[in-house]
Design a binder for this molecule. Structure first.
Ligand SMILES: Nc1ncnc2c1ncn2[C@@H]1O[C@H](COP(=O)(O)OP(=O)(O)OP(=O)(O)O)[C@@H](O)[C@H]1O
Length: 306
């Protein structure tokens, strides 16, 4: 197993009387895509700023690539990419000039700027146009190109898809998937739970400055034990008035379609019962608890789960 790229140990951050982060510990691994989710004011941006070394913890320690990011180690900063929640660039600069500016600040090579533009889906013609002519989606792409300068090993993205249309979101997640394969650690802070569901390895839920859940979707489902929804449509002439699976309270929702909510431990045996006679079943849908539902569950105050 490789060493973690980011380690937070018992981290707290106070702003005067406000405890933005209370006691947070976690490690992020190489090649892991992690969603950091929580309500407004939960402490997500504060955690990102701590990882960037822009602020220091009041208590505890933060390590990024084996170093304290707040000490300003240049080698660490070069391998750390950041996309802020609202990207703002100098409107008079072109896309190319903007990237050159950030590359100089970061002291990284941009000999393949065309390749970087292509990766984030900005047409070559856009590179020489002033940023003021860019749409919101183009600015977001330029922001991402800026974050990718220097081939970061850790990428911190704050609300990266807000304001992007569905096609741009898809492109964005394709890019994330490529970076993940290359071993980049990616932390995405987001409110868009539905789109994160199949795109992250792990979810960290924060609330009022503390972590209330941390794990893979599967693990969070295992802890939450929310019911699985099964929907069965009987075939024409099935010869039965409700699906098999005697102990289940099937609810008729449409003509020949029935639904039930089943406990996770009964799911497999019920599916086996329902499909005993495959010819009797025209359609079968199994819907596991969504990230939205898990999020609502954990915020329902069941305490810290790890
Ligand atoms: N510089 C600051 N000075 C004082 N309080 C702050 C500062 N930055 C954040 N806070 C407070 O700390 C808490 C956590 O804020 P933070 O921005 O980390 O939340 P967030 O989860 O990123 O929220 P959002 O989703 O709205 O961006 C909030 O109560 C916020 O008001």
């Amino acid at each position: 197993m490789t060493a973690p790229t980011v380690t937070l140990s018992s981290v707290a951050k106070r702003y005067g009387r406000i405890e933005a982060v209370k006691d947070v510990s976690f490690e992020l691994e190489q090649g892991q895509t992690v969603a950091l989710v929580g309500h407004n004011g939960a402490g997500k941006t504060t955690l990102i700023k701590l990882m960037l070394g822009l602020i220091r913890p009041t208590q505890g320690t933060v390590q990024v690539l084996g170093k304290d990011p707040a000490r300003g180690d240049f080698a660490v900063r070069q391998r750390l990419g950041y996309l802020p929640e609202s990207v703002s660039f100098h409107m008079a600069l072109t896309g190319r000039e903007t990237l050159a500016f950030y590359a100089r600040l970061k002291r990284v090579d941009v000999s393949d700027m065309a390749g970087l533009f292509e990766r984030v889906g900005l047409a070559p013609a856009a590179a020489d146009r002033p940023v003021r002519t860019y749409s919101k989606g183009m600015r977001q792409r330029l922001g991402l190109a800026q974050a990718l300068l220097g081939a970061p090993r850790v990428l911190l993205l704050d609300e990266p898809t807000s304001g992007l249309d569905p096609a741009l979101r898809r492109n964005f997640y394709e890019l994330v998937s490529g970076l993940r394969s290359a071993g980049t650690t990616i932390l995405l802070s987001s409110h868009a739970l539905t789109e994160l569901e199949d795109r992250t390895d792990r979810v960290i839920i924060v609330n009022e400055g503390v972590t209330i859940a941390d794990g893979t979707l599967e693990k969070l489902r295992g802890i939450a034990r929310l019911p699985t929804r099964i929907s069965v449509t009987l075939a024409d002439g099935a010869g039965i008035t409700a699906p098999s699976g005697g102990q289940v309270a099937w609810k008729a929702v449409r003509d020949r379609t029935f639904e039930a909510e089943v406990a996770p431990e009964n799911k497999i045996s019920i599916l086996r019962d329902v499909t005993t006679d495959p010819a009797a079943v025209a359609a079968l849908h199994v819907v596991e608890p969504t990230l939205d539902e898990l999020y609502a569950h954990f915020l329902g105050g069941r305490g810290m789960m790890r």
